[in-house]
Design a protein around this ligand. Sequence first.
Ligand code: HEC
Length: 151
Amino acid sequence: MVAAKRRSVIAAICAVFGSLAAVAETMPVVVDDGIPAPLSALVGDAARGKAIVASRQQGFCTLCHQIPNDVAASAVFQGNLAPSIAGAGSRWSAAQLRLRMVDSRRLNPNSIMPAYHRTEGLTRVGIAWRTKPILDAQQIEDVVAFLVTLK
Ligand code: HEC
């Protein structure tokens, strides 16, 4: 009786974790210093990406980066902890930009740039946020679509 109950509890737990694993995104495939395939085969929208980059609530890129003026004329206080992203689309391919957005620490373990689309191995992140990346797959693709236009 007890054993049967225990088995059904275990079965229920397995079912929950099984369905979680099914919805979890698979880790994108890294080739050299990039992620060649768009995340979840999504198509990015440069206009939405531009809005995310300029936003102090979503991307908060301007905390560290200078960004070209037409993007964030309103962003008066732009940080200088990082190189300007002007011309990023000439320096990097979409694949390289995608990996830098997903997890820049794969390239520079000491980078202060947040891993925008990583959920594993996070420390000092509130429990409620640990399973959520800063930007979802669509938002990463939007930002990449915008960055490649910065020639
Ligand atoms: C907390 C600071 C910080 C924030 C916030 C940040 N970055 Fe960065 N980023 C860096 C640093 C520092 C580098 C330089 C490389 C390194 O150390 O990883 C960098 C590098 C880059 C590069 C490559 C630059 C080049 O051309 O050499 C791009 C592109 C980039 N970041 C885009 C973004 C975007 C887009 C956002 C917002 C969604 C963002 N970053 C937010 C710190 C930051």
